[in-house]
Design a protein around this ligand. Structure first.
Ligand code: KET
Length: 430
């Protein structure tokens, strides 16, 4: 028998018989994925899945941080609508972008973060690339540090933090550890604990800071406290890694919200800055962001960029165009930029007024608890202080969905649901 015939016989004999009603699940060859275990649902997007499945007509979704208009609908910023028209009229092509992204976009993005007058930008000491929104920016920075960082290759993240920080650093080959951040007793920053922690972790550690609007607590350091952290990081030679997902969202003023990042740079630190345009431009699904390392020389910028391009090429080759075109129009055109500044101020103001309204509604319901932290906190979220069993109860009995740590997206509150949410919060906390 020829070799070909022999191998044909072998393959036929070993091929599972699937009659007309047979299926791949009854196949006799064990699956290569047989050992894979069920993973836990994402602590944030998992809430959205549970919400979708709930049949309660009164259900309210406060889990994912996405801005809603007062009537609870997704909201497209007026400046974005105008930019869309301009982009469509320009009738651009669908060619690949360069690996590092659209150069015009990278320029306006980093200018927004560091300030147009930044010495770093004037001297060309920034390595900036376009990224897949804020998550993608952090991922690029982490991947680069995983390969090239010579200091203590551990990421110190705040306790608590945005749940995905752990994943992103771990998947980039960088183990993470917590530093003290939040004090549940004062519902504020544990300044002493955090300072002590930053002093006693190994020198040259990577320290991840929320540049503004700390997620999930809504508690930001004061300028004096930032100064103290900057000094500690300088003494300890830590590498500050800023996650800047909410520039403009906290105060309504993007310049003011960039103060911490700019202070660290002015103090002489080399930093990483991961920017997202999901929230401050309402471009969640467009996945548009930017990542910057500040360097010490132009030669260093060129070398770091060359390696970053290799990282990007291996991950996703090059980024998408649409979001970059929109942002370039908005930030690069003085008229549209002015409109955006008004838009982002409106978002921030509505969030602040929702905080107020929620506290008033809780009082109206008869709650005697002190809810002043809701109005003191800043940004998209409020860390309500609801305990895990209260969160379970509010979801089960009222279909008010939030993350298990009691975080609510204030930006999802509005006229149709605010009284109902207050009633539910009072019922589970009295
Ligand atoms: N950093 C922080 C602190 C953050 O809250 C988010 C998103 C991101 C980065 C990433 O955003 P991106 O969409 O990749 O630009 N937070 C909301 C959504 C999410 O979990 O992805 C949230 O906390 O609900």
């Amino acid at each position: 028998m020829s070799a070909i015939k022999k191998s044909k016989l072998l393959s036929l004999k070993h091929f599972p018989k699937r009659g007309l009603v047979g299926s791949f699940s009854s196949c006799c060859k064990p699956s290569v994925f047989g050992h894979v275990e069920q993973g836990p649902a994402d602590p944030i997007f998992g809430v959205a899945e549970a919400f979708k499945a709930d049949k309660n007509p009164k259900k309210v979704m406060l889990g994912v941080g996405a801005y809603r208009s007062d009537d609870g609908k997704p909201y497209v910023l007026p400046c974005v609508r105008k930019a869309e028209e301009i982009v469509y009229k320009k009738c651009g092509n669908h060619e690949y972008l360069p690996i590092a992204g659209m150069p015009e976009f990278n320029k306006v993005a980093v200018e927004l973060a560091l300030g147009k007058d930044s010495c770093i930008l004037k001297e060309g000491l920034n390595m900036t690339v376009q990224s897949l929104s804020g998550t993608g920016a952090i991922r690029l920075g982490a991947a680069f540090l995983g390969m090239f960082y010579k200091g203590n290759k551990e990421a110190y993240i705040s306790n608590p933090t945005w749940g995905n920080h752990r994943n992103v650093f771990l998947h980039s080959g960088i183990p993470w550890k917590y530093y003290t951040y939040y004090d549940p007793k004062t519902i504020g920053l544990d300044f002493k604990g955090m300072s002590e922690n930053l002093c006693c972790i190994p020198d040259e550690s990577i320290v991840v800071f929320h540049a503004v609007s700390h997620n999930p607590t809504g508690v930001d350091p004061t300028p004096e406290q930032w100064k103290a952290f900057s000094q500690i990081c300088m003494q300890k030679k830590h590498f500050p890694f800023f996650d800047m997902a909410y520039q403009g969202f906290a105060s309504g003023d993007p310049e003011r919200d960039a103060k911490a990042v700019r202070m660290f740079i002015d103090d002489g630190h080399q930093v990483a800055v991961a920017q997202s345009f999901a929230k401050n431009m309402g471009l969640y699904g467009e996945r548009i962001g930017a990542f910057t390392f500040t360097c010490r020389s132009k030669e260093e910028v060129a070398k770091v960029l060359s390696q970053m391009k290799i990282v990007i090429r291996a991950m996703y080759s090059n980024p998408p165009t649409f979001g970059a075109r929109l942002i370039t129009e908005i930030l690069g055109n003085p008229e549209l930029k002015c409109l955006w500044l008004q838009d982002v101020k409106c978002l921030a103001d509505r969030i602040m007024s929702c905080r107020q309204k929620l506290v008033e509604a809780l009082k109206k319901e008869g709650s005697k608890k002190d809810w002043s932290h809701i109005t003191n906190q800043i940004g998209m979220f409020s860390f309500t202080g609801l305990k895990p069993e209260e969160v379970k109860k509010i979801i089960k009995e009222f279909a008010v969905y939030m993350t298990a740590d009691g975080r609510i997206s204030i930006a999802s509150l509005g006229s149709p649901n605010i009284d109902y949410v207050a009633k539910a919060m009072h019922a589970v906390t009295k």
